[in-house]
Design a protein around this ligand. Structure first.
Ligand code: GDP
Ligand code: MG
Length: 466
């Protein structure tokens, strides 16, 4: 089909914000599930992708859409709830950002917090449009729950004192946002000019517990997607697909969780993937998704597909997927394609990264969760730290004993002791690796915020030079 405004793909929407603001709870409310209470310590451990069908969206927004009358043309939305927000926003899909829109969740009772501000900076540096959910509106004194109602009807039910508290807290959030250079307003009080302006941010009061305002945020996101972002959401035939995670699943073997951003992938397709050891050619033997309104990391019956159209979160089954790297693209080898060209293209991001690396013979090891995260970290260490921290080797995924062994040689070179260090960004460290590090005097610093790694390392260098 021709590219047109009438044939859009799902927008990919990411939920970001400070810990405990209610990101997972909000998604649970939309889905009517309870992932939040099932999580270890209530903390999101993995990336989850949830697809919402148009019928679900219309159903959820029915009351509000009676007056708003949005003619929904999207084929649904794909919502991503993230653990380390940095690693997700660093995921790219062939040069562009993986996410089209974001919900920045703020706890109305706390205002802007540290990670809120970091998320803000990230969203703005990538130019990702977003809405702010002023969540936990039910915590305003004497709030009368109006389960799942549009927020304006819920506010109309409250006593004056409650509305006043809400107003003053919302005003405070607005001021704090303005201090960060963000112009915002309660979304139904925005003027036409505000809507036209590309960097004006709508505020939506919500309660993830009783559901007030959830209709509003869903409908607003749909409206923004189809009225403002339709150009980037136009359907196209070429596969655009990014690896999120590689994992073994009982009964299925090694699988790769991907986001199909655009285009089509079919069972039987010959695809090329990127690994640290070079390109991997594989045949798609299975395409699995969770049922609509469920996410991948929740154990549920998978649905088998012959063909998938983006945007959707999909689990791929195939051979030789063990070493595939998160954050890298997948490409289909079509009948008219040269396999070698496709291989070179799939590997190109990694190749340019490692090419630039060979200059440092001395330096720390850097390990990150995705290719995009690795790039961001290397860029930071090179350009934004003074003096720059040299890097001698890099990797994606879990830190293993072999990595410790590799970097421990820095110990043997006079003056390079501090480089016997692994900076692990948003990745787990294997138990044996920890033991080996202890034994060999290799330092492993872990963090899921880039500059924390820098702080750890700088402090360590100061310590050992004393
Ligand atoms: P996340 O860390 O941002 O994913 O936050 P969670 O979804 O895990 O929520 C953190 C805590 O805040 C949990 O105890 C939730 O029950 C609570 N919470 C989340 N949203 C709301 C809300 O709208 N109202 C109230 N009263 N509590 C909320
Ligand atoms: Mg969470």
């Amino acid at each position: 089909a021709a590219r047109s405004r009438d044939n859009l793909r799902c927008p990919i929407i990411v939920i970001m914000g400070h810990v405990d603001t209610g990101k997972t709870k909000l998604l649970d409310n939309i889905r009517r599930t309870n992932v939040q209470e099932g999580e270890a310590g209530g903390i999101t451990q993995q990336i989850g992708a949830t697809y919402f069908e148009p019928s679900t969206l219309l159903n959820r927004c029915k009351k509000l859409n009676d007056t708003e009358k949005l003619d929904l043309t999207l084929p649904g939305i794909l919502v991503i709830d993230t653990p380390g927000h940095e690693s997700f926003t660093n995921l790219r899909s062939r040069g562009s950002n993986l996410c089209d829109l974001a919900i920045l969740v703020v706890d109305l009772m706390h205002g802007l917090e540290q990670q809120t501000i970091e998320s803000l900076k990230m969203l703005r540096s990538k130019g990702t449009p977003f809405v702010v959910a002023l969540n936990k509106v039910d915590r305003c004194y004497n709030w009368k729950a109006c389960a799942n109602d549009p927020i304006r009807s819920a506010l109309a039910e409250q006593e004056e004192g409650t509305v006043q508290e809400f107003r003053s807290r919302a005003e405070e959030a607005k001021v704090q946002l303005a201090e960060q250079g963000v112009n915002s307003n309660i979304y139904w009080e925005m003027g036409d000019d505000d809507w036209q302006s590309s960097d004006f941010v709508p505020l939506v009061p919500t309660s993830a517990i009783s559901g007030e305002g959830v209709q509003d945020i869903l409908l607003l996101l749909c409206r923004m997607a189809q009225e403002k972002l339709w150009r980037q959401l136009m359907w196209c035939g070429n596969l655009q697909c990014t690896v999120l995670e590689v994992k073994a699943i009982e009964g299925l073997g090694m699988t790769v969780d991907v986001i199909v951003v655009n285009g089509t992938i079919r069972e039987g397709d010959k695809v090329v993937l990127c690994s640290m050891d070079g390109p991997v050619v594989s045949e798609i033997r299975g395409l699995l998704t969770p049922p609509p309104s469920r996410e991948m990391r929740v154990k549920s019956e998978y649905i088998h597909h012959k063909e998938i159209k983006g945007a959707l979160g999909v689990k791929l089954i195939g051979n030789g997927l063990e070493k595939v790297m998160a954050g890298t693209p997948i490409m289909v080898v079509g009948p008219d394609d040269e396999e070698e060209d496709i291989k070179a293209e799939v590997m190109s991001d990694l190749t340019s990264l490692t090419d630039s690396l060979s200059v440092d013979k001395k330096g720390v090891m850097v390990q990150a969760s995705t290719l995009g995260a690795l790039e961001a970290l290397l860029q930071f260490l090179r350009v934004e730290t003074k003096p720059p921290i040299p890097v001698s080797s890099v990797g994606i995924g879990t830190v293993y004993k072999k990595d410790v062994t590799k970097i421990s040689i820095m110990k043997e070179k006079a003056g390079f002791e501090e480089y016997a260090t692994i900076l692990a960004f948003d990745v787990p460290v294997d138990k044996d690796a920890r033991a080996a590090a202890e034994e060999n005097g290799v330092k492993i610093f872990t963090a899921d915020i880039i500059y924390h790694l820098f702080d750890h390392f700088t402090r360590y260098v100061e310590e050992i030079s004393e």
